[in-house]
Design a binder for this molecule. Structure first.
Ligand code: GUN
Length: 280
């Protein structure tokens, strides 16, 4: 049977390391503060924001919550971001996505000071990643690199195939694997003969958003499979983009859903907040 990559345990270990670091910083009178903005009351967003606030409290990071009504104008939101950019006490700013349709997400992301862009979504952060300079990295792909490294999985020289090319996961994932000296292929909905490409992967990262789409026909024997998807199946049970029961027996390591990639996103957000506070 494969190695089950335990995202819950790895994220807990990272949070413990960060908690210690935050205590050390506090002893030097450095206090970390994250501003979390939610516009409207999307129930899924409310859960994510709640989890982020809980993680902050656990680690010792102050969180400022801004719960704005659905009707908030783009101008009002940009004004708040401007104030938080100028506020010396605030180290990180996170605007929960998606935003209501009347607000342009790109304008909002661009308004955040890159020094406080703990989500790593600002074009300057993405550009820095692309050319190998310092900057915040999108939390989910950064978490996947931690899962691999902390599970003893070597990336250098490996054939890495990413399925999905989103700005939040697929593209930064490809750049991070490249930074770790992987040989990287990015596939997407227009890729011809997807199975033929994914079967080359030593490390297969799946972020397509389709429940259980990846069966063993897509996977090379002995591959490492990382599943970014999270869905509810017909029985209201959580499942990923990978058909776990079909794929697990042939791979060398695999992330479960839940308990794989999911817990890493918040751990890396906390990591970015601590970095944001540490540099000042
Ligand atoms: N919505 C879903 N995932 C995320 C995330 O990682 N960051 C933000 N800001 N919004 C999200």
């Amino acid at each position: 049977m494969p190695q089950i990559i335990d995202g819950k345990a790895i994220s807990a270990a990272i949070k413990e390391e960060l908690k210690e670091k935050v205590e050390e910083l506090k002893a030097r009178d450095v206090h970390i503060c994250l501003a979390v903005i939610q516009v409207g009351n999307d129930p899924a967003s409310a859960v994510y924001v709640g989890n982020k606030k809980k993680a902050c409290a656990y680690i010792g990071i102050e969180s400022l919550a801004y719960e704005l009504p659905e009707e908030t104008t783009q101008e009002e939101l940009l004004r708040l971001i401007g104030e938080l950019n100028a506020n010396q006490k605030v180290n990180g700013i996170l605007v929960q996505l998606p935003l209501p349709k009347h607000i342009d997400e790109n304008d909002v992301i661009r308004a955040i000071d890159p020094k406080k862009d703990v989500d790593g979504f600002h074009p300057q952060s993405v550009g820095a990643l692309c050319i190998g300079q310092e900057g915040f990295v999108s939390c989910t792909p950064a978490g996947i690199i931690q899962l691999l490294k902390r599970s003893g999985i070597e990336i250098a020289g490996k054939e890495c195939v990413v399925i999905g090319r989103s700005n939040i996961v697929g593209k930064p994932m490809a750049l991070l694997l490249l930074r770790e000296n992987g040989t990287v292929t990015v596939t997407h909905s227009r890729t011809k003969d997807l199975k033929e490409v994914t079967k080359r992967a030593d490390i297969l990262i799946v972020a397509i958003g389709k429940p259980k789409m990846i069966t063993k026909e897509y996977v090379k024997e002995g591959a490492v499979v990382i599943d970014v998807g999270i869905h509810r199946n017909e029985n209201n049970k959580l499942c990923g983009d990978v058909d776990y029961d079909d794929v697990a027996p042939i791979c060398s390591a695999i992330t479960p859903v839940p308990g794989g990639v999911g817990p890493m996103t918040i751990a890396m957000l906390m990591h970015n907040c601590v970095e944001a506070g540490n540099v000042r």
